[in-house]
Design a protein around this ligand. Sequence first.
Ligand SMILES: *[C@@H]1O[C@H](CO)[C@@H](O)[C@H](O)[C@H]1NC(C)=O
Length: 418
Amino acid sequence: MQALMLLFWTGALLGHSSCQDSSGSPQEDSSGLDTTGVPMEEEDPFFKVPVNKLAAAISNFGYDLYRVKSGLSPAANVLLSPLSVATALSALSLGAEQRTETTIHRALYYDLITNPDIHGTYKELLASVTAPEKNFKSASRIIFEKKLRIKSSFVAPLEKSYGTRPRILTGNARLDLQEVNNWVQAQMKGKIARSTQEIPSEVSILLLGVAYFKGQWVTKFDSRKTSLQDFHLDEERTVKVPMMSDPKAILRYGLDSELNCKIAQLPLTGSMSIIFFLPLKATQNLTMIEESLTSEFIHDIDRELKTIQAVLTIPKLKLSYEGEVTKSLRELKLKSLFDWPDFSKITGKPIKLTQVEHRSGFEWNEDGAGTTPSPGLQPASLTFPLDYHLNQPFIFVLRDTDTGALLFIGKILDPRSI
Ligand SMILES: *[C@@H]1O[C@H](CO)[C@@H](O)[C@H](O)[C@H]1NC(C)=O
């Protein structure tokens, strides 16, 4: 077993992590601090690529958003594609005057990026993560109150970098709902159900982020091995759910002895992968794991996991979400956008953010590309296979492995519903 014990450092993360800041800890070498007191570490070459650096920044925003959302509803599943929300905010920042732009850029961690062309790099990132082979769709939109006159100097760069046009409400609730539904249908190719929620009449600025993903495993599951099995909601309650299994799965694995969880990564087609965080015992309290999630931590995990063979069981999953992330965003240093923002690059009239909506769909089943593991995946020699059963609450992170971008994050307390 010793060979499988991987010790990850969870405290000393790069500069701006949302984890407990380690900069004051005694073991920090003072020569490792720059003049601002931010711990400097040799930056991984991966993050020197501008698109990867941007992906890390907005993914860190994504982990922040996830943490707040999960904290607001500790007993519920969470399904979130933070990228679509980040995209809407980044696009909106094109219309923000300096103090408001700074607010948005801080929340998205752009203040840590020295890149003169963030919006151009964003376009590159979106093109990369929504390439057809990724099976991931994401779209964002800015919707304004009725009769608002918008400056063309805002619309042009919005279209250029984010490929989206702002929408101005008609004020007719039925028509507006229909139009938004049609837009979502067109963007998501019909994979997300139409909403019945009318757009509130008091909207000033509404941001809408939508996303859909259907995973294709690199190695597909044998559907004859799928059966109803126990899922432990916690130490007492158990439900039956359809579980896929593979007695000889090849996966990448590590035991995090600080977080008390077993981490596994399964590859998907299109340079995508899912990382699972499974506590050692059944619990709905995943706070410790959640606190440690940052782009840098996930990147390090990705490098340290070891290829092994395992007896794998994993619930079939089909989840959808429709709701607001307004309250969560208010808690993310973005409160001023809802109170007294300066969007005078968009219009002469005072406008403010009133609502942020998210709709998403996510599924995986047995589908995959091949029946045998790719030749690149050769397990370390083991005398016995390990068990990895996702039959109790877990967290998953869907990442684009090319850029490191976080595309979906989920807290699965009960696989039967969202
Ligand atoms: C969840 O776990 C954390 C850390 O282990 C602990 O601080 C917290 O109090 C727990 N929360 C609940 C609701 O039990």
